[in-house]
Write a protein that binds this ligand. Sequence first.
Ligand SMILES: [Zn+2]
Ligand SMILES: [Zn+2]
Length: 240
Amino acid sequence: MRAVFVLFFKFLQTKSSNIETSQLITNHQTMKQLIILSSICVLFFNCENNKEIESIPKIQPIKVAIQPFQDFPQDITKEVQMAIDSMYDIESTILSPINLPKSAYYQPRNRYRADSLIRYLKREKPNEYDKVLGLTTADISTTKGSYVDFGIMGLGFCPGESCVGSIYRVKRGAKSRKQIISRFRKVTAHELGHNFGLKHCTYDVKCLMQSAKGKATTIDKADEILCVNCRKLIKNKLRK
Ligand SMILES: [Zn+2]
Ligand SMILES: [Zn+2]
């Protein structure tokens, strides 16, 4: 490219030393040569620009699907979408509702096993999505320490491709529907954070990745934000 510039410059120098600018414009032969040389320059520019575009890595946001189970309220599904989209700078997709899988049902306590649900969600996830977040009104549980079947608000692989949030326990002690929605936005964004590889945060008490310790009231104390430390940890995981 530099060689072409030098050639072009020398050409102009030669021409302007021999003739006046007005003569140059009227000289048909010289104009023709100038046009050809300019075209070569434009051609080189275009080639170089294309090379630059090709060398830029393809950076796309991670694709997240929201999977409501059965009769999960549509307005709360939308709230969850707004929460995760703004938190992780993504554009998630809401899928058509599906039934809760019978295989995850835990009859002794009339609830669904969250560990089975996230395995089911991972298996059923359409290929075009990187992660899937399930939403349910049913009570969910998992094995925790000495508790064989412990009721929880959400569960997600850490890191992984699927997570689930249940509104059942989020409702406990809530003063209004607004508070339920606020809590559930945080629960679901928290579980998705686990999918991105975030563990429970010990850096900032207000961070969304704080452990709720099984209590809905703990969620009220957290802000709907990730602390600077957690944000830094997932910075490179939100694009592919
Ligand atoms: Zn957690
Ligand atoms: Zn944090």
